[in-house]
Every structure is written in C-alpha cells, then in structure tokens.
Design a binder for this molecule. Structure first.
Ligand code: SAM
Length: 282
C-alpha cells in the first residue's frame, strides 16, 4: 500500500474532517448521499496520522470535532448536492469549487461528460487527494481540472488558463472555505468570481447564527492554527447579500428549516433568519 502524506496541520486539515463526515453519512442505511471515495481518503489519512503517537492523538481530536459537526454539516452537503443538480438541469456546464477539499462531486453525482468541474485548493491538499484518487481508480463522469493555488493570490488568470469560460454560466461553490480567508481576501474572491460570472451564473451564501466561542469552533480553530495560536478575527467585514445585490446578483433567501424539512433529520434551528442566500447573476 503506497503511503501518502496527509495535511496534518493548517487549514487543509479541515478537509479531512469533512471527509470523515461524508464517510460516516455514506455508511447510514438512510444516507442522504453516497460518497464511497470518502472511505479511501479517511483510511489514507488515518494511516498517515497514526504513524506517530502525537499524530494518533491529533487524529482522535479530528474525529471528535467531525462528530460534533456531523448532523448539520452532513445535511449541508446534501443541500449543496441539490443546488448542483438544479444548476445542471438549468443548463450550467461549469462548476467551480472554491476550496474543494476532498470533495468528490465530479465522481459521485453522475454529472454530464460535457460539464467541467474546476477544483481550487492549496497545493498540500492536492498532494494528498490526487494520489488517493489514483490508487482508488476513481474516474470522474465530468471533465475535472485541479488548480493547486492559494485563494489569497490571483486565481482568475490560472483558472482561465485551464479552460474556464467567463462568458458561460458557472455554478460557484463555497462550502466552508472562503470564511477561512482574511476578510479582505474573502471580499476579493467574491469580487473575482462576480467578474467571471456570465448571466445565469449561481452562487450561494450562508446566513448563520453560530456562537464562534462555542467549544467545537474553538477546538476547530486550535486544530487548524495550533494550540498556542491566538484566535483569528471574527466574521466582520465579509461580503453579504447586500454586496451581491449591489454587484449584479438577484438574490432570494431560503430558510434552513424549510430546506431540510423533506430530509427527515433532526437539525432544525427554529430561527427563520438562518438559511442560505441563493444568488443568480443577471
Ligand atoms: C472546511 S474545508 C471544506 C472543503 C470542501 N469544500 C468540503 O466541503 O469538503 C475548507 C477547505 O478550504 C481550503 N482553503 C482554506 N484556505 C484556503 C486558501 N487560502 N486557498 C485555497 N484553499 C483554501 C482548505 O484547504 C480546505 O480544503
């Protein structure tokens, strides 16, 4: 069995937590989606972490945090799947995953062969992801382009060099990545994707009501930044619905509790202001 280095520190580590969530969901008889490749990522990461005692202790912490986020985050994956299916049905043939992590939608959603998925994430993430995919013999149903890049740098030019067409509608996915950027880089990333969005392009924003000082969030930040690191700044100054409206997007809000009603999971938040802002470029 080939050994692959997993991202055991830094923000790329968070992608392993989400793979653990998708792997766990896929094992349920009432699963909301099936992500068989998640098992390959989890197994390879576990093998790498547990080579040392320190790594094994960290692996336990990653598993514990993933467990705490499981219920809501797993339902969130399914909701993003639904938005992708809608976009494809509407004729969208470009999907860009910003901070793709160990996402496998190019493989598992039966996306059409004439659609292109662009995956952007840090080089250390793809140094782990690509060898695991190769060892698993995974074949995407759609075209798939991988762009190892830091989203704090200019990614618009490299994306277009891979064949991305700004004159065609795009479905943009930020599933828990852009909030890790400093607010000014987050704003620049949303401005960049706006500039690259032809009419009919889609994007989404979450409206949350979380306590960033709640224990799972504190532990997540410690795992990413190290136990001695100071706390990063809170969410202030990031682009929201108003920004999108002012920059050529038509938005509508869907409440989380309405979106999840058909899924049969006990994750209601009982707050009609929590949900997603779905944006379409006009
Ligand atoms: C919580 S994970 C989510 C991954 C994926 N979207 C999913 O749902 O499975 C956050 C991802 O954002 C990526 N990320 C964070 N900061 C980044 C940056 N500056 N440049 C590129 N990727 C970044 C991390 O490497 C990680 O894969």
């Amino acid at each position: 069995m080939t050994h692959v280095n997993a991202p055991t520190a830094g923000v790329a580590l968070t992608a392993i937590g989400v793979a653990l969530i998708r792997e766990r969901e896929s094992r349920r008889p009432d699963r909301l989606y099936d992500d068989p490749i998640a098992t390959a990522f989890v197994d390879a990461a576990r093998r790498d972490f547990t080579r040392t005692e320190e790594g094994a202790a960290k692996w336990e912490r990653v598993e514990a945090v993933a467990e705490q986020f499981f219920a809501g985050r797993s339902v969130g994956v399914r909701l993003v799947d639904e938005r992708v299916t809608e976009a494809v049905a509407a004729g969208c043939r470009q999907i860009v995953l910003l901070g793709a992590g160990l996402d496998t939608r190019a493989f598992r959603l039966g996306l059409p062969a004439d659609l292109t998925v662009y995956e952007l994430d840090l080089p250390e993430l793809f140094a782990f992801k690509e060898p695991v995919l190769r060892a698993a013999g995974a074949i995407p149903t759609a075209r798939r382009h991988v762009l190892p890049i830091d989203l704090r740098t200019d990614w618009a030019v490299p994306l277009q060099e891979q064949g991305f067409r700004p004159d065609e509608p795009t479905h943009w996915i930020d599933e828990g990545a852009l909030p890790y950027l400093p607010p000014e880089d987050h704003r620049r990333a949303v401005a960049t994707l706006t500039a690259l969005s032809a009419p009919g392009s889609r994007f989404g924003l979450s409206r949350f009501a979380v306590d960033p000082e709640a224990p799972p969030y504190v532990e997540l930040r410690r795992l990413v930044a190290g136990d001695d690191a100071g706390m990063p700044p809170l969410d202030a100054g990031r682009p929201g619905e108003q920004w999108l409206v002012e920059h050529g997007w038509r938005t509508r809000f869907r409440a989380w509790d309405d979106l999840i009603v058909a899924l049969g999971r006990d994750v209601a938040v009982n707050d009609p202001k929590v949900g997603v802002v779905l944006a379409e470029r006009v």
